[in-house]
Design a protein around this ligand. Structure first.
Ligand SMILES: Cc1ncc(C[n+]2csc(CCOP(=O)(O)OP(=O)(O)O)c2C)c(N)n1
Length: 321
């Protein structure tokens, strides 16, 4: 079914919000106002947006160490996200978690996770819960190419297939795991091919094409809601930034590879497509960019004006010592 103009514009807005939020987060991390590590999703926005725009608010997702995009696409509050990055008491984890621990159960965002592949079994549990609850919800696991080599991925996908859990496993294959090229550690060219070993569908999609991602998501979600079990979607994409934001831009990826993927920027491609199809005008796009820039400035202001957590509360909500 063709998406409405409104829905497509909403998707562009989500992608640009992720981009602008992270550009500012990177600046403030390098400038020293943000603590902890920041992993940017810039370049991969079409994946989270294409998938989450096919979900309902009560469907559940889990994210990774590169989690801002998934949070924003699922509807998280920018003020509380920015405050968390700034370590303030008004943040999602009261300023004690930072970039890799943002969660918002009220919108089905079960959390980012600093442990590579650590989120996959957790959200598979949410898939089991959805099956037991019987209300037709689905659960989505986002993870990287590196995570797809780890045991928790294989254990989770196996049991999800055996029990026909309403799961969608979304691999964001950005060709690199930190500074290691994915092809050096993958036994196969395509991660989607691993689905065959678990008796489920595995599809490859252009992860820089938000409409293509949305289309395959719709099919996988419909299958999961119908009780037919999980699917694996491999999104071929690329991160435009270094693995983490860095003061010195050390990047061991070939410059031609980076340049080629910059040409395929998912936001520029989608905005140009919407203008060409007359879904919006150049002016509409400029206005949308300005509105989003202002929302990010407002989030920064909210964070800056928020207090740091009280030192007396250092051990409150801490479950491990
Ligand atoms: C269990 C575990 N091993 C190693 C690390 C260190 N580490 C953090 S991110 C990362 C690379 C992950 O690559 P991938 O899953 O492809 O995700 P991407 O960073 O490309 O989005 C590694 C090795 C970790 N956080 N957790």
């Amino acid at each position: 079914m063709a998406l409405s103009a409104e829905k497509q514009l909403e998707m562009l807005r989500t992608m640009q919000t992720i981009r602008r939020f992270e550009e500012r987060a990177s600046e403030d991390y390098i400038g020293g106002a943000i603590y902890g590590v920041v992993h940017c999703y810039i370049g991969e926005e079409a994946v989270a947006t294409g998938i989450c725009s096919a979900l309902n608010i009560d469907d559940r997702i889990i994210s990774t160490h590169r989690g801002h995009g998934h949070c924003i696409a699922k509807g998280a509050d920018l003020n509380r996200m920015m405050a968390e990055l700034y370590g303030r008491a008004t943040g999602y984890c009261k300023g004690k978690g930072g970039s890799m621990h943002i969660a918002d159960f009220s919108i089905g965002m079960l959390g980012a996770n600093g442990i590579v592949a650590g989120g996959i079994p957790i959200v598979t549990g949410a898939g089991l819960a959805a099956q037991l609850e019987g209300k037709g919800q689905v659960a989505v696991s986002f993870f990287g190419d590196g995570a797809s080599n780890a045991g928790p991925f294989h254990e989770s996908i196996n049991i999800a297939s055996a029990w026909k859990l309403p799961m969608i496993y979304v691999c964001e294959n950005n060709l690199w795991s930190a500074d290691t090229e994915a092809k050096g550690t993958l036994a196969l060219e395509d991660i989607a091919a691993r689905a065959a070993g678990y008796g489920i569908p595995g599809v490859i999609v252009d992860g820089n094409d938000v409409l293509a991602v949305n289309e395959v998501a719709e099919a996988a979600i419909a299958r999961a809601r119908a009780g037919e079990g999980p699917s694996l979607i491999e999104c071929k994409t690329y991160r435009q930034r270094t693995h983490t934001e860095r003061k010195e831009a050390i990047d061991n990826r070939p410059a031609e590879q980076v340049a080629a993927w910059m040409e395929r920027d998912p936001i520029k491609l989608f905005a140009a497509d919407l203008i060409e199809r007359e879904v919006m005008t150049e002016e509409d796009w400029k206005k949308m960019e300005e509105e989003i820039a202002q929302e990010v400035l407002d989030a920064v202001k909210f964070a800056e004006e928020s207090p740091f957590p009280d030192p007396e509360e250092a051990l409150v909500d801490v479950f491990a010592e």
